[in-house]
Design a protein around this ligand. Structure first.
Ligand SMILES: Cc1cc2nc3c(=O)[nH]c(=O)nc-3n(C[C@H](O)[C@H](O)[C@H](O)COP(=O)(O)OP(=O)(O)OC[C@H]3O[C@@H](n4cnc5c(N)ncnc54)[C@H](O)[C@@H]3O)c2cc1C
Length: 375
């Protein structure tokens, strides 16, 4: 039976980043994955590397996000080489547009609160300042202002995933798709993992990073980690000449020229991923108020994907008390946090110091908690 230092359950953005990081430190890593039926947030997301709104309810999450953003330029350089093409990380600052007075007042309050929490880089811009920041950008007349954080940016998330997988393989790691994990049992020197096709492997350490499927797998290692699916719908247009120089929450122009428009937050407990005409029409209508010339653009595709959401919307990391050497990692900002997952979190998995780097993010905080809105 094959024996590994670390087995990761889940080959999405979170599991692969941790696996890539562990393999880079010389660990023998296997990433277990499902087949094409998998519900993968990592292949359906918006691609923002975003701090301005993260951790509004949890300072530890805000700090963890800032740490990741600081590590992103280095990750982007490495991943671009590994993927064989530019991951298109652009830290050009990010915007959240306000389209009327009510949104402007609410956003101003939000920015004040962020400042009180020590997140000083985000600020409000009025219409004139927006025009100065993006000369020639054809903003619609309804755009009254925006919050702006110069540290925010965006990336091509599919190239990121491809690069992380390439990095895992280049460091000697194995990606084992095609059969879900069925069971984790203690064995001499670690844990025996059984897959649905009957194959087994041994691992000294196990990391559960299974996105929306995390809850039942975390239970196998004695951890209670409630994760629910929150659906997000997306639209992408044909390629256009440069029209929006900075990414915004729910609208960004990709490096290829397409404009990605998002996103819904549908919290109905369903694991289905349909798109709906009503939601797409609403998203498109708002995007047209931001950038009226989009009225001439053809939509080429729409899709939906599921965010892995914890009760407070913040990440959860822990080592199991009943299964030492077994960990869980789940979050709804796996693009933004890829740099800390590949760096400090992977190192903590190897050293067993996960509790030290992310004490406040332990899932035990969820006991008795009802769902709150994600940040
Ligand atoms: C619409 C949308 C927009 C988003 N926008 C952003 C954004 O702009 N910025 C950002 O930072 N984040 C964003 N996210 C969130 C981000 O995509 C996720 O946090 C991230 O992809 C989660 O990665 P993951 O690896 O945990 O989960 P997933 O990508 O879902 O991967 C989980 C993996 O686990 C595997 N798995 C499940 N069960 C088993 C099993 N039993 N055995 C083996 N493998 C198993 C699956 O096959 C899958 O490959 C967005 C998400 C959505 C849906």
């Amino acid at each position: 039976m094959e024996r590994y230092d670390v087995a990761i359950i889940g080959g999405g953005m979170v599991g692969t980043a941790i696996g890539y990081g562990c393999a880079g430190h010389g660990a023998r890593v296997a990433v277990l994955d499902e087949g094409d039926v998998a519900l993968r947030a990592s292949r359906g997301n918006f691609g923002l590397v975003w701090g301005q709104s993260k951790g509004d309810n949890m300072p530890a999450y805000a700090a963890w996000t800032r740490r990741s953003i600081a590590l992103w330029p280095d990750l982007a350089e490495r991943v671009s080489v590994l993927a064989g093409r530019d991951v298109q990380y652009r830290q050009v600052g990010g915007l959240t547009f306000c389209l009327d007075e009510q949104e402007l007042v609410a956003r101003r309050d939000f920015v004040h609160r962020r400042h009180n929490q020590g997140h000083a880089s985000v600020r409000m811009l009025d219409r004139r300042e927006l025009e100065e920041l993006m000369p020639g950008c054809p903003l619609g007349p309804d755009v009254s202002g925006a919050s702006y954080d110069p540290n925010d940016g965006h990336v091509d998330p599919l190239t990121l995933l491809r690069g992380l997988h390439a990095g895992l393989r280049a460091a000697g790691g194995a990606h084992l798709p095609g059969a879900p994990l069925d069971a984790i049992e203690p064995a001499a020197g670690g844990y025996r993992l059984r897959r649905a096709d009957g194959s087994e492997l041994l691992a000294a350490r196990v990391v559960v990073a299974a996105g929306v499927a995390t809850t039942p797998i975390a239970a196998m290692i004695g951890l209670d980690v409630p994760v629910r699916p929150v659906r997000g719908q997306n639209i992408v247009t044909e390629r256009l000449a440069p029209i929006l120089p900075k990414p915004a929450s729910a609208i960004r122009q990709t490096g290829d020229g397409t404009v990605q428009i998002g996103v819904t937050n549908e919290d109905d407990g369903s694991f289905e991923t349909p798109t709906t005409t009503a939601a797409l029409a609403g998203m498109a209508a708002r995007a047209l108020r931001v950038l009226p010339p989009l009225a001439q653009a053809r939509m080429v595709r729409s899709w939906a994907a599921l965010r892995p959401m914890t009760p407070d919307g913040c990440p959860a990391y822990a080592e199991s008390a009943t299964h030492p050497g077994c960990f869980v990692a789940v979050c709804h900002s796996g693009v933004t946090l890829a740099a800390v997952h590949a760096g400090p979190l992977a190192e903590a998995v190897l050293s067993g110091a996960v509790a030290e780097i992310a004490a406040e993010l332990h899932p035990s905080r969820f006991v008795g908690m009802t769902h709150v809105q994600a940040h």
